[in-house]
Design a binder for this molecule. Structure first.
Ligand code: KG4
Ligand code: ZN
Length: 362
């Protein structure tokens, strides 16, 4: 028998190339993952060197029902689900629409309230609810809800689609203080990998290759370091890598690749660390969060933690298993949004490829 104060959240994520379904139980102070399934489409998108939106949507359609059946069989019947949390944006429109449509059907048929979730909220909460600071990987099945004393909080969200510095004054209140003017950090990793002839997604392969290279072999630019704001730009760095790589003679390319990867990775890490520290000095948060696919990067985790430690600021990183897209993070953000009173009837929600986090309030 479930306790009557418990919320049982069915979470759905289909914004890009991962189909995620999870069931979470939320209590006053903690949230537990009861079941979670994740189907990655990486093998499909590797063939095209990136994500083709229609191919992603087709794959979500193919796997969403079996994944849903599986988590419900493990965790709860639909009668027990009190809320459905679903990513409504931002992301690839055809991909988002699959999850949103599934959520609408379930909500209509079983009369379950819907909680629309902004994808970035999910990334933020995957780190905010990780109570332990430091670079050690944490468990990803049980989370403690921090009290309002932890605010203000600064979050660095780095993924394939986003590079954002977000300031939170309270739960589910977001102010974007920095963003990328062009490529996202993960996108830069993916493009540089493609340039070096490495497979998609580029982040993990570049960081693996970088371990064997010298970080100061090439003096790549640290874009916008002194721009006076907290914005980022990575396309100039990518172009610098392109020209350097083009000028390396073919017979030296194999040897040079590790140095190029290491120098490029260090330029990205330096830029992210510099801007995050500058924003932290300005905003004086009690802690800094790191999440998103690029948060799996070990050099970034370590160097950001070290730089913040010099300023006596703890860094809370999303568990590695939750750095990439998943439904657990959508369930965590959905639970917090539901507590704050956010819900919508099934007819009122839709997928939005572009969705502004700043104007996303409860
Ligand atoms: O959060 P995520 O799974 O999807 C988006 O919302 O975009 O992030 C995927 C991105 C990809 O660009 C991938 O190359 C990058 O995260 N990534 C990494 C690492 N692992 C994944 N980038 C750098 N180092 C890594 N270890
Ligand atoms: Zn993401």
């Amino acid at each position: 028998m479930r306790d009557s104060k418990e919320m049982v959240i069915l979470a759905i994520e289909t914004s890009c190339d991962e189909t995620g379904i999870a069931v979470l139980a939320a209590h006053d102070e903690r949230i537990e993952v009861l079941a979670s399934e994740l189907a990655s489409q990486v093998d499909i998108h590797r063939l095209t060197g990136g994500v083709v939106p229609e191919a992603a949507a087709r794959e979500h359609v193919a796997v969403i029902k079996p994944l849903l059946d599986s988590v419900l069989a493990q965790a709860a019947s639909l009668d027990e689900v009190t809320h459905i949390a679903v990513t409504v944006g931002p992301g690839l429109q055809p991909a988002l629409a699959v999850g949103v449509q599934a959520a609408r059907i379930l909500s209509y048929r079983w009369q379950i309230p819907l909680v629309p979730v902004h994808h970035i909220e999910g990334h933020i909460y995957s780190a905010l609810l990780n109570t332990e600071s430091g670079i050690k990987n944490q468990e990803s099945s049980s989370f403690i809800i921090p009290t309002s004393n932890v605010f203000p909080v600064l979050a660095l969200i780095v993924s394939g689609g986003h590079t954002l510095l977000v300031h939170l004054r309270d739960h589910v209140q977001y102010e974007v203080v920095g963003t990328t003017r062009d490529d996202a950090a993960g996108e830069a990793f993916d493009k540089v990998a493609r340039l070096l002839g490495l497979p998609y997604p580029g982040g993990p392969v570049i960081s693996e290759l970088a371990r064997q290279g010298k970080q100061d072999a090439y003096a790549f630019p640290r874009p916008m370091l002194d721009s006076g704001d907290f914005d980022f730009s990575f396309s100039g760095l990518k172009t610098a890598v392109l020209y350097t790589w083009r000028d390396i003679p073919a017979e030296h390319k194999q040897v040079a690749a590790a140095d190029v990867a290491a120098s490029f990775e260090q330029a990205v890490v330096d830029t992210l660390v510099h801007k995050t520290c500058a924003a932290a000095v300005y905003l004086k948060p009690t802690r800094v969060l790191l999440a998103g696919g690029v948060a799996a990067n070990f050099s970034l985790r370590r160097q950001l933690a070290e730089a913040l430690a010099l300023r006596n600021l703890p860094l809370h990183i999303a568990p590695t298993a939750l750095c990439g897209d998943n439904a657990i993070m959508i369930g965590l953000a959905g639970a917090m949004a539901a507590v704050a009173g956010r819900h919508a009837p099934w007819l009122a929600i839709d997928a939005h490829a572009r969705l502004d986090l700043a104007r996303w309030a409860t």
